[in-house]
Design a protein around this ligand. Sequence first.
Ligand SMILES: [Zn+2]
Length: 471
Amino acid sequence: MYRDHAVLRFSLSTPDDRIALSRAARKMNIDVWDSGSNFTDMRVSRRGTGPFLSMLPESLQTAYNVLIDDLASAIAATYPSMSGFESSKADGSAMGETSAHSEATETTRSKKPRSHQPESLFFKNYQPLETINTWLSLLDSMFQGGLVEKFSIGKTAEGRDIPALRVGLGPGESNAGSSTRKTILITGGLHAREWISISTVNYLAWSFITSYGEDELVSKILGDYDIVFIPVVNPDGYEYSWTEDRLWRKTRQETTMPYCPGVDLDHAFGYQWGPAESQSEPCSITYGGEGPFHAVEAAQLAQWAKNEVQNNNVKFVAYFDLHSYSQQILWPYAYSCSARVPNLENMMEVAMNIAKYMRLSSGDVYTVDSACEGAVAAQSGATSDDNMGSKRQVELSGGSALDYFFHDIQARYSYQIKLRDTGTYGFLLPPSHIVPTGQEMFQALKYFGDYLLGNNGHEWIQSTENQHVLG
Ligand SMILES: [Zn+2]
């Protein structure tokens, strides 16, 4: 399908470059992978490259280099090899037993998974939807007694369940006498092709569950907070990315255009929903639907969250929406570069610390910014009103989950985190990154939990020193 495609990175030096590039891309319906402060990555076919370049101003026609030359091979490399998990996914070896010879351990396998085995089979490869579902059910059944509960937040456009895990003890110690369930929500897979976001949410669930009772800080966090993990908000799209098109981004919901199914869930939520040019065209990969919450999955997620708040005494204190790629930690708002959150200082402080602890975990550098600026940041120093105006003109991003959960659900700390990498593989990140990406995010969330507990990260530092996790 992508045999003659490549991914190019254009270097941008002025806001005009960005506008020209973005117009040409829209005209030719080019798949824009990502953009940062001074670059934009795009997938182009060999045949389409010439015509596309000819639409650009001369200065841009040579201002690119090839990020991924052989897209088809890069895609093939993200699927599991046949020898791994696939052959044993139906049995308990999915739970993290490291033996590759599952027959041999059939009778001796212990019911409780041994503690951290990040090298476990499940995280060696990306996993298809069915396997993830089975794995979540196994986690649920293995940890009875209230710590883990699997449930569905609702059905997709194609009728699949959207699975979720609630991990925690319910009303926390600090809430003795009240029944409030302070909850941290973590979602992945709003965009189907961002497989690393899905594996990372699974890795986080696994890490919190298996660290409970063994890691003092994790036990304290789960004593006071529930964490809800929704690894695949867009199961229809994710399934499609396995069976038909590895680079599919949207849902699979029908639109008014017969050959253009799918809504972009990051533009489908009801806060500041508003179609920018590219978001109103059903065939565009950033199509936001016919109106707010037209996308079934966005409506289900919002409905579930509202119901939790109104009927189940849940208070969402934080929301992390995982995406890829470009290693950015972004806070609201996405819809406008001039709207500011009232708790900006706290939001920035936590974002910078999250980036810091991710770097301490792995050495990987994540940048921090508001979601609007992060997507379209102009060259450093370009902050005049003129530039702000042109940025908005190009990259309006209304209807994001990030903005909705911050504003309407009032999750005080809301972040969209774009995971690895910075463009070498982009969406086609090799599976060898699953565990390290999961680990850096886990360390960041432990810091964040400690911050919520009022320790500003101090206890986190102590506990990591004790356990040498930084080594
Ligand atoms: Zn995304």
